[in-house]
Design a protein around this ligand. Structure first.
Ligand code: BGP
Length: 470
């Protein structure tokens, strides 16, 4: 639809950006922090660093928040490391861990930046994984116990809560993300059992949040991308519906309506992945209601029909590169879209489509909690960092977001990835996303100096004008 007039971004729009604890903080074993599944990962992809120091945000959060304030941030979406708060996953609470996030939250509030907290972003306590992780129902209780500690300690200042970051990607791409338990015997089936437990944990946490903090708002934070069919062939349309259900709607239907998406369920039945659901679970899912939907969007996906002969799966997939499922769908390169340096397609119009689709299906306000471009940024001879490609990516996505708002979609915030350079989930320190450059290399930590990039100044202008004249 072409609009003759665009609707403006809402008045109190949350302009901000995102990070996650293990990718930005460093201080991996300081002040009583316990190990997470990320810390004990035995191998990192070749040529990439670990997360021990990352961007050293743990020690430099004040400087970082000051820069965010200089950009004019209205919100900052970050995650809390479960293992800083409860080092063993359950039991004793670590006062030093509590203190760090208390300080961070207070620092944000000092600059009138709204803290938006992700409760769990890939870094499950290792102590829980050693007892089966999400395969073990006790992890549901551990998550609820942890949630209560967060609500008790930060609920007076934190109004926006996100339960689990990209649960769908942990299920579908856990290997690339480093969250997959290497000891799982039958990972394909077991992952959908884990998924079920996470859905129950999320529902319980949303419910507890509403009971303990009536003023607070809470929602899920999956990675959602609309799936296109490779052609108008009816079989390709079906394949796109299949993948939309398996990748996207399975997670949101459960979070919002408390039910399993039928197409996704028939996929689970066909593959033998049906989880064990105990009495009361579906009740719990039904009773919990999110207040909004947060989602991460990087690009659309395209699939064609899979003829079911052989296995369409391969191991090159990551969060944004489609693999396949024999007889269900098969990843397809979209010839209409350019790709970034890491092979991810770039599709701003798909962002509008995805926003419209999510709003149509769920009718809940939306906040974008990730969107962005990974690139090999460099310091120029004059000391500046120029990233016009990132500005171009973000600008085009914001334009499409405004079109979606004009289409009627209720969007209340935009927190692209990432506020500051941090370590990629599986492609190291050289794959950068931030508005703020962190001077370090893959294995040479250098001074970890902060340098505002060209995109920093551009975004500052966008925020100052509330997105007018993009
Ligand atoms: C999302 C994750 C983030 C982030 C981002 C970019 O899937 O939620 O943690 O890292 O993708 O991905 P990558 O770091 O793999 O480039």
């Amino acid at each position: 639809m072409k609009h003759t007039q665009l609707k403006p971004f809402p008045k109190d729009f949350f302009w901000g950006a995102s990070t996650s604890a293990y990718q930005v903080e460093g201080a991996w074993n300081e002040d009583g922090k316990g190990p997470s599944v990320i810390d004990i990962r035995e191998k990192y992809p070749e040529g990439t660093t670990d997360y021990k120091v990352a961007s050293d945000h743990y020690h430099r959060y004040q400087e970082d928040v000051k820069l965010m304030a200089e950009m004019g941030f209205k919100a900052y979406r970050f995650s809390i490391a479960w293992t800083r708060i409860i080092p063993n996953g359950t039991g004793e609470v670590n006062p030093k861990g509590l203190e760090f996030y208390n300080n961070l939250i207070n620092e944000l509030i000092k600059y009138k930046i709204e803290p938006i907290v992700t409760m769990y972003h890939f870094d499950l306590p290792y102590a829980l994984q050693a007892r089966g992780g999400w395969s073990n129902r006790e992890t549901i209780d551990a998550f609820v116990e942890y949630a209560k500690v967060l609500f008790e300690n930060y609920g007076d200042r934190v109004k926006y809560w996100l339960t689990i970051n990209e649960q769908n990607m942990m299920i579908m791409h856990g290997k690339a993300l480093g969250t997959l338990d290497p000891n799982l015997e039958d990972p394909d089936r077991e992952l959908y059992q884990q998924n079920h437990h996470m859905l129950v944990a999320q529902a319980k946490a949303m419910d507890v949040c509403h009971q303990m903090l009536p003023q607070a708002l809470i929602g899920p934070a999956p990675n959602i991308s609309y799936i296109y069919p490779a052609s108008s062939k009816p079989e390709d349309i079906l394949a796109a519906q299949n993948f939309n259900s398996i990748r996207n709607w399975l997670y949101l239907d459960a979070a919002v309506y408390g039910r399993y998406n039928k197409t996704a369920w028939s996929f689970l039945e066909e593959k033998g992945y049906v989880p064990t659901i105990v009495e009361g679970d579906m009740e719990i899912l039904k009773n919990a209601k999110p207040d909004f939907i947060a989602f991460n969007y990087y690009t659309s996906k395209t699939v064609e029909a899979s003829n079911g002969e052989g296995n369409d799966k391969n191991n090159t997939g990551d969060q944004e590169i489609v693999i396949g499922e024999a007889g269900v769908y098969k990843g397809h390169n979209n010839p209409n879209l350019p790709k970034n340096e890491f092979g991810w397609e770039i599709d701003p119009v798909g962002f509008r489509t995805t926003l419209r689709e999510v709003y149509d299906r769920y009718q809940l306000p939306i906040i974008i909690t990730e969107n962005g471009l990974g690139a090999f940024d460099k310091i120029e001879e004059d000391g500046s960092v120029r990233d016009p490609y990132r500005i171009d990516y973000l600008k085009k996505h914001l334009e499409q977001m405004q079109l979606a708002i004009t289409d009627g979609v209720e969007v209340f915030g935009y927190c692209p990835w990432s506020a500051i350079d941090l370590i990629s989930t599986h492609q190291g320190a050289k794959k950068r996303y931030g508005f703020i450059f962190v001077e370090r290399e893959e294995f040479d930590l250098k001074e970890l100096r902060r340098i505002p990039k060209q995109s920093f100044y551009w975004y500052k202008e966008v925020i100052a004008n509330n997105g007018e004249n993009l």
